[in-house]
Design a protein around this ligand. Structure first.
Ligand code: HPA
Length: 275
């Protein structure tokens, strides 16, 4: 049993003692969904800083806490504010929250984020369902001694994003009249935005959207056998695709603009998954 696993166990016990809630689904709230949890009667919360040894998000606009609530009939743990690799945490810590939510009982992981569109057919404000990913530009969270309690040493990654969940997202978007793009997400380290040639590289590699999170979380979750789905809010076209320089503020504002639609899509999808 590795050191990382012991830390996970400690975090797990500290959460269990605080709130006896067994989530079925873990939801990561990306930019634009920051205040999503406030739409539901909150049954409990744990600020990250109150969990010993837990990484604390430092990005403006990312509040750091777990929120427990029912979305319809579905017991959900939400991560309000994720931890990014560029904040300087080791990858082990970046995915600790994912592992913790799995340990709490979550079988499904719903990932959301804001991302830059790399595909020329995309527009700012679009939603993209993630069908596959490229995480080769960030270290794997599975590097180091493998904890067999979590999963196998060499896990298969041929279908990270669950086909049945993809079908649910497609149907839900269609019912709501929301256009849902599909594509491959590539994670780069950030925190700087890409150069035009880095974006070109992403496109040549087959990516449709670029961001600074998510893929490492999906690797850790897939290792633990979670069913995974994900949606990117395309907050901007990536660098070099338009004349404008990029700013965090622009990304945040665009994500906020389409947040109401994003909220509906996420809420309806979660309920449909367990119907
Ligand atoms: N690049 C990387 N990450 C992002 C972007 C982008 O253009 N937009 C939102 N997150």
């Amino acid at each position: 049993m590795g050191q990382g696993y012991e830390k996970l166990q400690r975090c797990c016990e500290s959460c269990r003692n605080r709130i006896p809630f067994a989530p079925k689904l873990a939801l990561i709230l990306g930019s634009g969904l920051g205040d999503y949890a406030e739409n539901f009667p909150i049954e409990g919360e744990i600020p990250y800083q109150e969990i010993e040894g837990f990484p604390v998000s430092t990005v403006p606009g990312h509040r750091g806490r777990f929120v427990f609530a029912h979305i319809g009939q579905v017991p959900v743990v939400m991560m309000q504010g994720r931890v990014h690799y560029y904040e300087g945490y080791p990858m082990d810590d970046v995915v600790l929250p994912i592992r913790l939510m799995r340990k709490m009982g979550a079988e499904v992981l719903f990932l959301t984020n804001a991302a830059g569109g790399v595909n020329y057919e995309f527009q700012a404000g679009d939603f993209m369902m993630i069908t596959d990913q490229i995480s080769s530009f960030v270290p794997s969270p599975l590097i180091g001694p493998n904890s067999e309690e979590l999963g196998p040493r060499f896990p298969d990654m041929s279908q990270i994003y669950d086909r049945d969940l993809q079908e649910v997202l497609r149907d839900t978007a269609k019912n709501l009249g929301i256009t849902l793009r599909e594509g491959t997400y590539i994670q780069l380290t950030g925190p700087n935005f890409e150069t035009p040639h880095e974006v070109k590289m992403c496109r040549i590699l087959g990516a449709d959207a670029v961001g600074m999170s998510t893929a490492c979380e999906a690797v850790a979750a897939n290792h633990m056998g979670m069913k995974i789905c994900g949606i990117s809010c395309i907050s901007n076209l990536a660098c070099g695709m338009t004349e404008q320089p990029l700013s965090h503020q622009e990304v945040q504002e665009a994500a906020d603009r389409v947040a109401p639609l994003f909220r509906r899509l996420v809420t309806e999808s979660i309920q449909a998954m367990f119907r």
